[in-house]
Design a protein around this ligand. Structure first.
Ligand SMILES: O=c1[nH]c(NC[C@H](O)[C@H](O)[C@H](O)CO)c([N+](=O)[O-])c(=O)[nH]1
Length: 163
């Protein structure tokens, strides 16, 4: 029997998201994958009881703009938010652009949480091929939509931060 090791593990569905307000900031590059990831995240948020009216979705041109776009939403009149989810899809091209954006965005999103004192969920897919991206958005038959994990993480971290 193969042991499933990788993965987010058991989700604690006891978390009640009914009083949470969640912001989602997504890049518009690679929109087929982005749209599937957003759908997965929103459906999971709602499964934890987050009201649709308390889910605010905003977009930025590309993944490089995610850190600043997330900060702008977090500090906007749309808030205050209990957690934010930053969603982007980077697909490696011929140049080093991918590496530089991946590195800078991941570090910036990590730092942003502490700057704004709010959980910022890392929803950046860094893929070497389009197939890898599709397979992580649940678009490929039988594949898992990582957007769901990000929705669950946003609820858990928001509740733990508010405790
Ligand atoms: O979100 C992405 N942005 C990409 N580039 C745009 C970048 O994020 C900025 O929007 C742009 O450089 C302007 O600042 C990508 N590629 O270049 O391949 C990509 O794959 N995904």
């Amino acid at each position: 029997m193969s042991h499933q090791i990788k993965g987010v593990g058991k989700l604690d569905t006891a978390y009640d998201g009914s009083n949470l307000k969640i912001g989602i900031v997504h890049a518009r590059w690679n929109s087929t994958v982005i749209d599937a990831l957003i759908k997965g995240a929103v459906e999971k948020l709602k499964a934890f009881g987050v009201k649709e009216s308390n889910i605010v979705v905003s977009s930025v041109p590309g993944s490089y703009e995610l850190p600043f776009g997330t900060k702008v939403l977090a500090e906007s009149k749309e808030g205050p938010f209990d957690a934010l989810i930053s969603i982007g899809v980077l697909i490696k091209g011929e140049t080093m652009h991918f590496e530089y954006i991946s590195e800078s965005v991941s570090h910036s999103l990590m730092k942003l949480q502490f700057d704004i004192n709010k959980p910022v969920i890392f929803g950046l897919l860094t893929c070497l091929t389009e197939e890898q991206a599709l397979a992580r958005a649940g678009v490929v038959e039988g594949s898992h939509n990582h957007g769901e994990d990000w929705g669950a993480a946003a609820v858990e971290m928001a509740i733990k931060h508010n405790a």
